[in-house]
Design a protein around this ligand. Structure first.
Ligand code: NAP
Ligand code: MG
Length: 481
C-alpha cells in the first residue's frame, strides 16, 4: 500500500490533489505501486504561473540583495544533503537506478545550489567606452518567469540544473516533473519552504506532458522555457514557446560516440567506456552508445566488454547492483524492440542474465548488450535507444573514426581514448559535440562547465556560468552629460 505522496506545490502551498486528482507511481524493480502523487490540470498550471508571475513582478525575490539570494540557495543545497538518504531512496524507488547513482544525483543537485549561490553577487555588466560626454553601461536583469519541463532519468538533478541558475538571477520558476518520476521534487519543495524561499518563487505541477507540459510551454505568463527530453517533444515545446516569442533552452537526446584508438591502455579505458555506456541502464542523455574502435583492437575490445557485461549484477536499485531495471514497462518494450532490430542488422551479444529473484519477476529488467557488425548507418547505431545497448563499429584511420563519429543527427558529447596527444587534439577540434572528454567520460559532479548539444541535441547552455545567460536579459543605459 502506498504511503508516500507527492503533492503539487503552488504559491508556497502543498496541494494534496490536482485538478486531475491523484495517480500512482510504480517501482520499476517490482512493477508494484509504491507511492501516489497529485496530478495537475490546466487550471493548476494557470494558478502556478500566476503565483510565479506575482512573485516575480511584486515579490521580494529579485529585489533581495544578491548575496541574500545566494544564502537562501546555499541553504537549499544544505537541505538536500541533510536529507540525502531519504531523497536517494525515493529516487531509486521511482526511477529504478542503483543507489550509488541516486546518491550522486543528490550530491550533484546540492552542488548546483552551492555553485549558483556563489554566482548571485557576481552577475556583473560591462562599461562601454563612448568618449567624453557619455557614460554607458550594461545591467544584467532576470528574464522573468521560467517554465521548466524535465525528464525522468535524472529527475532531481536535471530539474535543479535549470532551477538553481534561474533562481540565482532572480527569476521565478514553474516545473513540470516527468510522469514516470513524480516524486523526485517532493523534498525539494519542503526544503524550499523550510529555508524561507519566498512563496511563488518555485512551483511544481506534475501531470501529463500533453496537458500540463503543453499548457506551461505556451502560457502567455511565461517569459522563458527550459526543456530537457526527447527531440520529438522538444520540437513541440519549441513551437509552443514560439507562440509567445519567448526564448527556449533545449536539452535534447544523443547518440554519443566514444572513439577508442589502438594505442589506448585498455585496462584504463574499458572501465570508462563501459560505465559511460551502462550507467543507469543506458538511460542517460549523454551515454556513450556508439563505440568506434580502431580495427586492430576491435575483436579484443568486443570480447572484453562482453565479458564485463556477463559479469554484471542486475537487481533492485536499493541493493546497489551494477545495473537496475529500466524505468517503465514501455521503456522495456522499446529496448526489446531495438534488440530485435539489432539481431536483424548485426549480431547481438547479451550479457548478464535477468535477475532470478521471483520478487523481481515483474520488474522492468533488460540485459546489458553489445551489437557488432551492424555498421555505422544501421538503425541501432543511429537512433537513440535509451537502454543498455552499445553499438560497436570499427574504423581504420583517425579521420575515418571522426567522420563516423560525426555521422549522426545528434551532437551532445564525445569520448576519446588515446595516449597520443596529436590524435586527442585532432579529435577535440573536429568532433561536432558540445563536450569532448579525453580519456574520461563524465568527470566529477559535472556542475562547473557548460553542457549542451550541437545539432539536434539542442541549443542554449546548461551548467557552468554560461547557464546564467539563459535566465538574464541585458539592459544598456546611456547617459549624456
Ligand atoms: P520526453 O518524452 O521528451 O519527455 C520529457 C518531458 O516532456 C516529460 O516531463 C514529459 O511529460 C513532457 N512532455 C511530453 N509531451 C509534452 C508536450 N506535448 N508538451 C510539453 N511537455 C511534454 O523524454 P523522456 O522520455 O522523459 O526522457 C528521455 C529523453 O530525454 C531522451 O531523449 C534523453 O536523451 C533526453 N534527455 C536529455 C538530457 C540533456 O540534458 N540533453 C538529459 C536527460 C534526458 P510526461 O512524462 O508526462 O510525458
Ligand atoms: Mg516511477
Amino acid at each position: 500500500m502506498a504511503t508516500i505522496h507527492a503533492p503539487l506545490f503552488i504559491g508556497g502551498e502543498e496541494l494534496e490533489a490536482g485538478r486531475e486528482g491523484t495517480a500512482t507511481t510504480y517501482d520499476p524493480a517490482t512493477g508494484k505501486e509504491f507511492a501516489t502523487y497529485a496530478v495537475g490540470g490546466i487550471e493548476d498550471v494557470d494558478q502556478a504561473v500566476a503565483a510565479a508571475r506575482d512573485a516575480f513582478d511584486s515579490g521580494p525575490w529579485r529585489r533581495l540583495k544578491p548575496f541574500e539570494r545566494g544564502r537562501i540557495l546555499h541553504r537549499i543545497g544544505e537541505g538536500l544533503l541533510a536529507r540525502r538518504e531519504e531523497i536517494a531512496r525515493n529516487l531509486v524507488l521511482d526511477s529504478g537506478k542503483p543507489l550509488r547513482d541516486a546518491y550522486w544525483e543528490v550530491d550533484c543537485s546540492a552542488r548546483f545550489f552551492e555553485f549558483y549561490a556563489g554566482a548571485c553577487d557576481k552577475l556583473q555588466g560591462t562599461s562601454v567606452p563612448l568618449g567624453p560626454g557619455v557614460m554607458d553601461w550594461t545591467i544584467r536583469e532576470p528574464i522573468g518567469v521560467s517554465a521548466q519541463i524535465v525528464p525522468w532519468n535524472y529527475p532531481l538533478q536535471v530539474a535543479v540544473r535549470g532551477v538553481a541558475p534561474a533562481l540565482a538571477t532572480g527569476c521565478t520558476v514553474v516545473i513540470k516533473p516527468a510522469s514516470e518520476t513524480p516524486l523526485a521534487l517532493r523534498e525539494l519543495a519542503q526544503i524550499c519552504r523550510e529555508v524561507g524561499l519566498p512563496k511563488g518563487v518555485l512551483n511544481i505541477v506534475a501531470g501529463s506532458g500533453s496537458v500540463v507540459g503543453d499548457r506551461l510551454a505556451r502560457h502567455p505568463g511565461v517569459d522563458q522555457v527550459t526543456f530537457t527530453g526527447s527531440v520529438q517533444v522538444g520540437r513541440r515545446v519549441s513551437e509552443a514557446a514560439a507562440v509567445n516569442a519567448v526564448p527556449a533552452n533545449m536539452e535534447l537526446g544523443g547518440k554519443s560516440p566514444q572513439l577508442l584508438f589502438a594505442d589506448a591502455d585498455l585496462d584504463t579505458s574499458l572501465p570508462i567506456v563501459h560505465s559511460g555506456m551502462y550507467l543507469h541502464a543506458g538511460q542517460v542523455c549523454n551515454a556513450g552508445t556508439r563505440l568506434l574502435v580502431e580495427r586492430s583492437r576491435h575483436d579484443e575490445v568486443v570480447e572484453r566488454l562482453h565479458r564485463m557485461n556477463t559479469a554484471m549484477t542486475l537487481g533492485r536499485g536499493l541493493d546497489d547492483p551494477d545495473m537496475g531495471p529500466v524505468v517503465s514497462a514501455g521503456q522495456k518494450r522499446t529496448v526489446e524492440e531495438y534488440m530485435a532490430i539489432a539481431r536483424s542488422e548485426g549480431q547481438l551479444l547479451e550479457g548478464a542474465e535477468l535477475p532470478g529473484d521471483s520478487s523481481l519477476s515483474d520488474g522492468y529488467f533488460v540485459r546489458p548488450s553489445l551489437v557488432v557488425a551492424a555498421g555505422a548507418t544501421a538503425r541501432v547505431t543511429q537512433e537513440e535507444i535509451f537502454g543498455p545497448v552499445l553499438s560497436v563499429v570499427p574504423f581504420d584511420t583517425a579521420e575515418e573514426g571522426i567522420t563516423i563519429a560525426n555521422d549522426s543527427e545528434f551532437g551532445l558529447v564525445a569520448g576519446v581514448h588515446t595516449t597520443n596527444i596529436s590524435t586527442a587534439m585532432l579529435a577535440a577540434q573536429e568532433l561536432a559535440a558540445g563536450q569532448v572528454w579525453i580519456n574520461s567520460f563524465g568527470v566529477g559532479l559535472d556542475v562547473e562547465f557548460p553542457f549542451s548539444g550541437y545539432k539536434r541535441s539542442g541549443f542554449g547552455r546548461e551548467k557552468g556560468l554560461e547557464a546564467l545567460d539563459g535566465y538574464q536579459q541585458v539592459k544598456n543605459v546611456a547617459v549624456a552629460f
